[in-house]
Design a binder for this molecule. Structure first.
Ligand SMILES: *[C@@H]1O[C@H](CO)[C@@H](O)[C@H](O)[C@H]1NC(C)=O
Length: 445
């Protein structure tokens, strides 16, 4: 009896998995979800770093083939890669990235930008989407607190680098998102009404460059080809927030400022493409006081909710972890932390995420690949299968892009699609005039 029931159930679930094919993907957000062609996009993402470093190439290509590494990503059911790069890489386009010619004969002589193009196309061939992530200013300088520095990398120069990247890659079908700045921290503030440190204002300024109305044709022409999503990370401290004595945050984790100062550009189309993207880590990366208390990890959901989880219901925008991870060693506090986070993501319908990372050479986390760059950490892969068992699938065939919609394990997450987030949707109706410009915003330009 039981096996029969299972068989019937799978038949039904198979029957509702529809494929839809279009000439271009339509990205938006709604009710706390990323929407692809109007339906929830179930994201299973992984970070793959290297372009932002001194190699000016994804790591591992110094010995392994790109095709083999991307096959690993695809075969483990990931549908997206977050791809860090540096502004220096974009502006200088170094001629000799570190790529082994025997393993990669087709791509080993390319300059950095051509290599990035080849990387994106190799992802496209496997139905892997790419998020371009502005991870560092210069390859050697570490991650800066702000989105610019007081030296060479002025805000104007950073935008120039984005111009180069978007002119080249912004209209590739599988470039579905850009991450405006990796891990604002230190001096970065949110809602302090300070031009030179308010990350929320900088994000708004940046996203407005994508306005493509008849009033803004000159600027629209600059970036109008990019139709994907804008990922906005949090800050570390310095958020104007209703929370008193909020426990300390990781870099980019703090979205508390969203309560009073959500990112809004005044343009309905652009605002519908904004995703909040905190980074959060466990004891392997930094042993916060709240990892050392007796009831850990049962204390974590309240902290995650206060730091960033609330923002999904509060704003109706998706909240998608851009980085999380750790060594996941058996019996370790980090393993407890990752399991607790996975459970909480299910409850919150927030399982869309990018895991850190594919690379084994991330000292404080390790990778999905072991140090040999070929065998897998199956415990981590199993964890991620549990987090996202049924990701959305995309593939390109005969000039069309076909989508097989995914499913969340927690069926309540699909029920939530039927409901509206009443307070926020009413507010946004009121704020937009018919031309899509903000009528009664709370902030000066
Ligand atoms: C894209 O999807 C959104 C959300 O479902 C919808 O409102 C919009 O009309 C779609 N745009 C196009 C060009 O299909």
């Amino acid at each position: 009896m039981f096996p029969l029931t299972v068989a019937i159930f799978s038949l039904f679930s198979y029957a509702v998995v529809a494929e839809d094919c279009l000439t271009a993907l339509n990205w938006s957000t709604g009710k706390g979800r990323i929407l692809l062609n109007g339906q929830p996009f179930v994201l299973k993402g992984v970070n793959y770093f290297g372009f932002e470093t001194e190699t000016f190439a994804p790591h591992g290509l110094w010995s392994k083939s790109l095709d083999g590494l991307l096959d690993f990503v695809r075969n483990n059911n990931f549908n997206a890669i977050r791809l860090p790069f540096s502004m220096e890489m974009a502006l200088k386009n170094p001629a000799h990235p570190n790529v082994n010619c025997q393993a990669n004969p087709r791509i080993c002589k390319l300059n950095a930008l051509d290599l990035m193009g080849a990387f994106i196309d190799s992802c496209a061939a496997r139905g892997i989407l790419v998020m371009l992530d502005s991870h560092r200013l210069s390859q050697g300088g570490g991650i800066t607190e702000l989105w610019y520095d007081k030296g060479y990398y002025t805000e104007a120069r950073v935008l120039e680098a984005w111009d180069i990247i978007l002119n080249r890659f912004g209209s590739k079908w599988n470039v579905f998102a850009i991450d405006l700045k990796n891990e604002p921290h230190g001096a970065a503030s949110w809602g302090w009404k300070k031009q030179d440190t308010d990350w929320n204002w900088a994000a708004e300024r940046f996203i407005k460059l994508f306005k493509n109305t008849r009033h803004f044709k000159h600027i629209g022409a600059r970036h109008g080809n990019f139709k994907g999503l804008f990922f906005v990370e949090g800050v570390q401290a310095n958020a104007a927030s209703p929370n008193k004595n909020s426990p300390t945050h990781f870099w980019g984790e703090n979205l508390e400022g969203v309560t009073w100062n959500p990112v809004k550009t005044g343009n309905r189309n652009l605002d519908a493409r904004i995703v909040y993207s905190p980074h959060v880590y466990g004891p392997d990366v930094f042993n916060q006081a709240y990892f050392k208390v007796g009831n850990f990890p049962a204390n974590m959901p309240d902290i995650w909710n206060m730091h960033f989880g609330f923002a999904k219901d509060r704003t109706g925008h998706p909240v998608v972890l851009g980085e999380w991870g750790g060594h996941y060693r058996p019996g370790s506090p980090d393993e407890k932390w990752q399991n607790a986070l996975a459970d909480w993501l299910h409850k919150k319908c927030m399982t869309d995420q990018f895991y850190w990372c594919l690379n084994p050479n991330s000292g404080d986390t390790g990778g999905l690949l072991n140090d040999d760059w070929s065998t897998a950490n199956t415990r981590k892969l199993n964890l991620l299968t549990r987090v996202v068992p049924h990701p959305t699938k995309v593939k390109r065939t005969n000039g069309q892009i076909c989508v097989t919609h995914g499913r969340y394990l927690n069926s309540d997450c699909h029920k939530a699609d039927q409901t509206t987030i009443s307070s926020d949707s009413t507010a946004s109706q009121e704020q937009y005039a018919s031309d899509g410009h903000l009528e009664s915003g709370v902030k000066p330009e």
